[in-house]
Design a binder for this molecule. Structure first.
Ligand code: PMP
Ligand code: GLN
Length: 379
């Protein structure tokens, strides 16, 4: 069999978590919290099971969950979204991103991808028969060079995928970035796939700015979210997509024959939990506290960082002062010799690059972060 995307290999997240397990290392690689979900959320899902929410949900998702999401978006983004025509519940964000690509892409279309990029984007685009056009973020600062993007546009360019807050660089978008994007997509008539899974992990009293706030972007965007990040429940694979009615209609045409529908009791439990939006503010506060704790501890090591993560639960660390190894080899060496697993930045690029950065996940108990830093201090 020749798969549509033959060159795939194994994702770095599986590789590093397996290596961490093999060497009994502290796993700050794959992004998942090691602390429990809110007991109340667990009880609500259990209750939904006992109350009989155990058969197929409607294809587009439970009405009360879509309404709760619309209410959440109104609260945080100050925009109205129609729960019936503009929201679809999906089995996680990765699925929603693929479905958005499958909705818009024809063979030979091109999609702008900003590297470093989350590892599913490029394979997804190839699987749709289209071609990713990779633009690298500026060295070190990880800001966007819009001139490079303008220069890469061709008659085949169909869409751009953006990720704000960013994994793995933890940067967030400036107003200028949004204005550039508006100019670009209007001039070249592009779709936007906006991966906003870390929307509730934006720190230092800043708010998350969604593309939904800009009518010029909203009219051509698929906005992707994940409850895994917001509720510390990555294993639940629950997310949703927001798009204007016409685009959402096409998205649902694909979704109905891919997953058809999503875990019913979890939808019911989450819908009730979202009656109180302060849970999301608790998530933000808690993760900011973990970030600050981690960085305070890391001062005692020889790792360096540019700025504290503005968003997401990752921090890039530069190891130039410690080693000359390429980042993949460094990450393996660190796991084997110092029992701390991280993700090499090079795995977020398609081509080799020689940047000396690795990514640590700080969504961990304080004791886990402390134990990791204790090991890192000895290098
Ligand atoms: N996009 C980004 C940037 C991510 O970091 C993740 C992490 N899992 C996802 C998408 C996928 O989310 P999900 O687990 O809901 O599929
Ligand atoms: N998003 C998580 C990360 O970036 C992991 C997701 C996965 O394992 N596929 O680490």
């Amino acid at each position: 069999i020749i798969p549509k995307y033959p060159a795939t290999g194994t994702t770095i997240f599986s590789i590093m978590s397996a290596l961490a397990n093999e060497h009994k290392a502290i796993n700050l690689s794959q992004g998942f919290p090691d602390f429990p979900i809110d007991e109340m959320l667990g009880s609500l899902v259990n209750k939904a099971i006992m109350d009989g929410f155990n058969q197929y949900a409607p294809m587009i998702g439970l009405q009360n969950l879509r309404e709760a999401i619309a209410n959440k978006i109104l609260h945080f983004q100050k925009v109205e979204v129609n729960p019936n025509t503009e929201i679809t519940i999906t089995p996680g964000a990765t699925y929603a991103i693929y479905t958005a690509f499958a909705t818009i892409l024809q063979p030979d279309d091109e999609v702008i991808v900003l590297e470093p990029a989350y590892d599913s984007y490029v394979p997804n685009i190839y699987t749709c028969g289209a071609t990713p056009v990779r633009i690298t973020l500026n060295d070190g600062t990880f800001e966007i060079d819009w001139n490079k993007i303008y220069a890469a546009i061709t008659t085949k360019t169909k869409a751009i995928i953006i990720n704000n807050p960013h994994n793995p660089c933890s940067v967030t978008w400036s107003e200028q970035d949004f204005q550039h994007l508006i100019t670009l997509v209007e001039k070249h008539n592009l779709y936007v796939v906006s991966d906003e899974v870390y929307e509730h992990l934006v720190f230092d009293s800043k708010e998350h700015i969604s593309v939904l706030r800009y009518p010029e972007l909203r009219s051509r965007s698929f906005v992707i979210h994940s409850f895994g990040k917001a509720f510390h429940s990555t294993g639940w694979k629950m997310g949703y997509c927001i798009a204007p009615a016409e685009l959402m209609h096409a998205f649902r045409a694909i979704h109905q024959y891919l997953a058809f529908s999503v875990n019913t009791p979890m939808q019911q439990g989450i819908a009730t939990y979202l009656d109180d939006l302060s849970h999301l503010e608790t998530t933000t506060r808690m993760l900011q506290q973990r970030r600050d704790f981690f960085l305070e501890q890391m001062k005692a090591t020889r790792f360096k960082w540019l700025k504290p993560a503005a968003g997401s639960y990752f921090q890039l660390m530069n190891y130039e002062a410690i080693s000359d190894l390429p980042s993949m080899e460094f990450a393996i060496w660190l796991t084997k010799n110092y029992s701390v697993a991280c993700i090499p930045l090079s795995s977020f690029y398609q081509d080799d690059n020689n940047e000396k950065w690795v990514r640590f996940c700080f969504a961990k108990k304080e004791e886990t972060l402390m134990a990791a830093v204790e090991n890192l201090k000895s290098i």
